[in-house]
Design a protein around this ligand. Structure first.
Ligand SMILES: [Zn+2]
Length: 312
């Protein structure tokens, strides 16, 4: 860990900043409304026109200025139908985005006062917003790690024995983004579709010399593979996997230190959480804003929900 690192001013978002911007549930609701419908302008299903909507006191809705039809800005978001206050949701989003190695449900429970079960559910919902997007650009490093079992430090010796393989691909340059994927097994039939989905053709891949990774050669001319044999040397010119190894150590430190044990069914969402923060570490905007904005960008595409949002 780089302990000299200081947070650039553009990335800072302190407890005071949060308290000033989101003092109440109403402030959170207004933020969601403004993000989804700037200026309160939204299509009214009754008027069939863009109309200014005003807050209805005591409810989470806004009413059309002409006909009074209600609009629910929370519909389709992770906040919809939740009995937990909006302010608590925002607090949890802040806590989850303010740490590199993650925050436990237990800590969320302590800091917000919700039950452990509620904290766990909220975190699960927030993680659904953290899935990654887009292809990576080369050169990349590719490596596998194994999760599960009692001691994650023993992964190298226990490969294939009740461990879940995870493929990680990370950009060497540019934004240095990572995409981790849980695999059903470490065969080429599981690895190759991920490689095809995450990388453009002819991307330069650096990988270690483990057997499964060499199977990427099977893709022929599409990808180049430069291997480094970890048993001989860790760094051989450009052929090393230090970048992806750094990501794995971050994840493993978090999973053993913060989450203790991760159910394998949830491993992908935990990995997404780590990748989300890792991929945005150089973005000059507070991590909290980047995550909070996802709650309104990734609105449920379900048509029924959208209609509900408009009808109220
Ligand atoms: Zn109207």
């Amino acid at each position: 860990m780089n302990r000299r690192q200081t947070v650039p001013p553009q990335q800072k978002y302190t407890v005071t900043d949060f308290a000033r911007e989101f003092p109440t549930d109403d402030a959170c609701l207004e933020w969601v409304m403004e993000k989804r419908f700037p200026g309160g302008m939204a299509l009214c299903v009754t008027c069939k026109l863009e109309r200014k909507h005003y807050r209805v006191s005591g409810r989470t809705s806004y009413a059309c200025r002409a006909c009074g039809s209600h609009l629910y800005p929370l519909a389709g978001t992770i906040f919809h139908k939740s009995t937990t206050s909006l302010l608590t949701w925002f607090l949890v989003i802040r806590l989850m985005s303010s740490t590199r190695v993650g925050v436990s449900a237990k800590q969320i429970q302590r800091e917000t006062g919700v039950t452990y079960k509620t904290a766990w559910r909220m975190m699960k919902q927030i993680r659904t917003l953290m899935g990654d997007e887009g292809k990576l650009s080369g050169p990349v490093e590719m490596d596998e790690a194994y999760f599960g079992g009692s001691d994650s430090n023993k992964v190298q010796h226990l490969r294939g024995k009740a461990k879940t393989p995870v493929m990680g691909i990370v950009e060497r340059h540019g934004k240095g983004r990572v995409i981790p994927r849980v695999l059903p097994d470490a065969s080429k039939h599981s690895i190759l579709p991920v490689v095809g989905e995450v990388l453009s053709p002819r991307t330069m891949i650096y990988a270690d010399s483990s057997k499964t990774l060499e199977q990427v050669r099977w893709m022929g001319q599409s990808h180049k593979l430069a291997t480094v044999n970890h048993s001989e040397t860790y760094v051989d010119g450009y052929a090393h996997t230090n970048t992806i190894d750094g990501f794995w150590s971050l994840v493993k430190r978090g999973i053993t230190g913060v989450y203790y044990q991760v159910g394998l069914g949830y491993l992908q969402s935990y990995l997404n959480e780590y990748a989300f923060r890792y991929n945005r570490r150089h973005v000059m905007r507070p991590m909290f804003r980047q995550l909070a904005e996802r709650t309104v960008i990734q609105v449920c595409p379900c048509a029924r929900e959208s209609r509900l949002a408009l009808r109220g």
